[in-house]
Design a protein around this ligand. Structure first.
Ligand code: RIB
Length: 331
């Protein structure tokens, strides 16, 4: 593969002149410029992107930190982020921290060394990713980042999502509605629970504290939370699960106790992962606008890269209810 030296030698100029021609950083005579361009063409020379970024240019690479790419919601979102980044002429380096603080800071160092232009940070739970570790790196937080951080963030309106799910169940005549919230130390779980409370507060009904269970946003977490809910006295007729994975785990726990969905128990999930429509019965759920999340996250990040001093922005996207067949009206 040709190097910058080969180009300089063939063109009869110094490597510095070649660099100035390629980066358009200083006046170079037309004659020298033409010689360099001809040599580049003849040798099929491709400038090294990393070397160029070391000289202060753009690497056209973005990093993305995720804590849990096993959840199909993230797989879907990552696919969109990658598509949108590509459309803008960027490559994406994906790093899965698996919720481990040590891995997270190693990845941040590595992405810094690779001179990425900016990073997207999913679920930037303060315990997993110390914000100070990012230094001056252009950054956009997605999903459930800590609220106090003044940097750019893009979120779905989880409070509204929780409200929509619960209100829908109330409108279907259910008065005893359980919630299987996600981990209660996560902002999005807290907000979904807040939405549940707001929907109840608009009625003259009350929910029992034992109807509020939580899990870790996994199938097993949903299974365990549902099993705990079914042990309570005063059975619920409907359940809102904090995400689709938990809804699916909950359905299994319910069926092991002889309950059919939706005849004996109505169920609403959250996310609208691709599997939700193939679930049996197809799952009624709250859809997060994944494509829009990806588009706006990249847009925000590119704006931050172009203008590192602009004030932090928080964009909130509206979730919607997708009606399928896991809820039955209560007569
Ligand atoms: O990280 C778990 C959950 O948070 C996902 O299922 C999705 O709902 C996200 O917002």
């Amino acid at each position: 593969m040709a190097t910058i030296r080969d180009v300089a030698k063939l063109a009869g100029v110094s490597t510095t002149t070649v660099s100035h021609v390629l980066n358009d950083t200083r006046f170079v005579s037309e004659q020298a410029k033409a010689a360099v361009e001809a040599a580049v063409k003849q040798l099929n020379y491709v400038p090294n992107a990393v070397a160029r970024s070391l000289k202060g240019g753009s690497s056209r690479v973005l990093g993305m930190l995720v804590t849990d790419s096993n959840n199909p919601f993230y797989a879907d979102l990552i696919q969109w982020v990658d598509k949108v980044a590509y459309r803008h002429g960027y490559n994406l380096i994906l790093c899965n921290t698996q919720g481990c603080a040590e891995r997270a800071s190693d990845y941040i160092d590595m992405l810094n060394q690779r001179r990425v232009d900016g990073m997207l940070v999913m679920s930037a739970d303060a315990r997993q990713v110390p914000m100070s570790a990012f230094g001056a790196m252009p950054l956009v937080l997605m999903d459930s980042g800590p609220a106090e951080v003044g940097c750019d963030r893009i979120l779905d309106d989880s409070e509204r999502g929780g409200y929509l799910a619960t209100k829908y169940l109330l409108e279907q005549g259910h008065t005893h509605i359980g919630i299987l919230a996600g981990p209660l130390n996560k902002k999005n779980s807290q907000n979904r629970l807040e939405g549940y409370r707001r929907a109840y507060a608009e009625t003259n009904l009350e929910y029992a504290s034992t109807w509020v269970q939580s899990g870790d946003f996994s199938y097993q977490g949903g299974y365990d939370a549902m099993a705990a809910l079914l042990q309570q006295r005063g059975r619920v007729s409907a359940v809102f699960a904090g995400n689709d994975l938990m809804a699916m785990g909950a359905a299994r726990a319910a069926s092991e106790q002889g309950l059919r969905i939706p005849q004996d128990l109505s169920l609403v999930g959250y996310d609208d992962i691709p599997g939700a429509q193939y679930f049996n019965p197809p799952l009624t759920t709250i859809q997060q606008p994944v494509q829009q999340l990806a588009e706006q996250a990249i847009e925000l990040l590119l704006k931050r890269i172009a203008d590192p001093k602009r004030a932090g922005e928080c964009a909130m996207l509206a979730p919607t209810l997708i009606e399928r067949h896991s809820v039955a009206p209560l007569n």
